[in-house]
Design a binder for this molecule. Structure first.
Ligand code: GLN
Length: 446
């Protein structure tokens, strides 16, 4: 813990990954933990961890990087935070993100712009950019992120670290500030696959406080890291290596497949014909859910409130106008429109149908293959400011990560070479609740 805070003091003035530091409490907690007998210490006992700022932490300001939650101090812990504490982990602070997890570059934070530690002119990715940058810079060995359309995997790829989006339902969402509830999952960001497996172990499991959390056994994920992938069958969708994917990213995936082949795996090119609808389906559904989830921010219950109001309606409207950033407003407008009567059937309902088709592409592929592999992102990181004025180009970043959220299945990003001096990620996608096979495959690259 001491080392983590020393390193944060040294590097975070430049990297800007942390929004809040919890140094006093963390140091006291670490001292207290020293009294625990060795026999009662689990695998991650005493390890420092950073937590994305959309996960509520008792007594520590939690803003989801939005002005509208400025000054909000939760009175309870998210289930995952309680589990970290029960495992003897030490909460070092809260990590920057795109406002309400909407974004791919961390430039949508109201508070600060996190930098990519590999090149401070470039973005760390998003929305869990603070989580990936803090781990990449060696400020903390562990972080939690959340992934609705790629927000763990894309920043992990950009920052050269390991990020896992678990199966929908694997990890409780209780205490995660909701963006799109049918897509959101919390997951681990770490430097190694082994650490990642151990952290997922700690946060997984059924929770009565989240009705979508699944009542399925939690395997010993780290035990899956046997190094043996003989007979593993890999599907490689041609759509994931097509137009828009940089030559460097394509080559890195082909090199990785060669390594897997040498270890006894086989691969075949496949087709996922409905992937072309993923981006529009995702932005329709996620914005619809967001417009409903974000209705609760009215200035009455928590956080920021306007002081410009003559009456109650003004109060709501001005609080929201001043409290939300541009990207959040764009999504609320899009979502409200898609859900309005007269448009619902044409947009929302249609998107639900294409979501099913995208899920069926995966179901079919998994009849024959154990994992599906491709790049995590079409290109490596880009310069700060380069895409912020062009939302559609920004959205296109998520083209390879989004289908996984729509299908509710697990996927990891592991470091996989460089393009232009910047890290690339390899995405390994698995069957529902089969994170073990993903970890076993990913472990080959360590
Ligand atoms: N970049 C995507 C978006 O802006 C993904 C966000 C996420 O996974 N939270 O919606």
């Amino acid at each position: 813990t001491q080392e983590a805070f020393d390193r944060i003091r040294e590097l975070d003035p430049e990297v800007a990954a942390f929004l809040q530091l919890n140094e006093e409490q963390a140091t006291a907690r670490a001292k207290e933990l020293e009294q625990t007998p060795a026999s009662e210490r689990g695998p991650l006992f005493g390890m420092p961890i950073g937590v994305k700022d959309n996960i509520v932490t008792e007594g520590i300001e939690t803003t989801a990087s939005s002005r509208i939650l400025e000054g909000f101090i939760p009175i309870y812990d998210a289930t995952v935070v309680r589990k970290l504490k029960d495992a003897g982990m030490v909460i070092t602070g809260k990590l920057n993100m795109d406002e309400f997890a909407m974004g791919s570059s961390n430039e949508n934070s109201y508070y600060k712009k996190t930098k990519n530690p590999w090149n401070l002119q470039t973005v760390p990715g998003g929305s869990s950019g603070g989580s990936a940058a803090a781990v990449a810079a060696g400020e903390v060995p562990f972080a939690l992120g959340s992934d609705t359309g790629g927000s763990i995997r894309q920043p992990a790829a950009f920052c050269g670290v390991v990020g896992m989006k678990p199966t929908y339902g694997r990890v409780s969402r209780f205490g995660l500030i909701a963006f799109a509830s049918s897509l959101d999952q919390i997951g681990p960001v770490t430097r190694t696959v082994e650490d990642n497996a151990k952290l997922l172990q700690v946060i997984s499991g059924h929770d009565d406080m989240d009705s979508t959390s699944a009542d399925v056994p939690v395997p010993d994920f780290a035990a899956a890291l046997t190094g043996d992938i003989k007979g593993l069958r890999i599907g490689v969708p041609k759509e994931y290596l097509g137009e828009g994917v940089s030559e460097g990213a394509r080559q890195a995936v082909l090199d990785a497949l060669r390594v897997l082949e040498e270890k006894g795996a086989t691969w075949e090119e496949i087709s996922m014909p409905h992937s072309k609808y993923a981006l529009s389906t995702y932005y329709l559904l996620s914005s619809s859910e967001a417009s409903s989830n974000l209705a609760r921010f009215d200035g009455i219950r928590y956080g920021y409130r306007t002081n410009q109001a003559e009456n109650l309606l003004d109060f709501y409207m001005n609080t929201r106008a001043e409290g939300f950033g541009d990207e959040v407003k764009r999504r609320i407008m899009l979502g409200t429109y898609a859900l309005s009567s007269g448009y619902y059937d044409a947009y929302y309902k249609k998107a639900q149908k294409t979501r099913t088709l995208i899920k069926q592409d995966f179901d079919q592929a998994f009849e024959k293959f154990d994992v599906i592999i491709g790049p995590t992102t079409p290109t490596p990181s880009f310069n700060i400011g380069e895409k912020i004025d062009d939302p559609l180009t920004m959205y296109a970043n998520d083209i390879l990560t989004i289908p996984v959220n729509l299908a509710g299945i697990p996927a990891i990003s592991v470091p996989c070479g460089f393009d232009n001096g910047l890290p690339l990620g390899l995405q390994i996608i698995g069957r529902p609740f089969d994170e073990e096979t993903i970890y076993r495959t990913a472990h080959v690259f360590e």
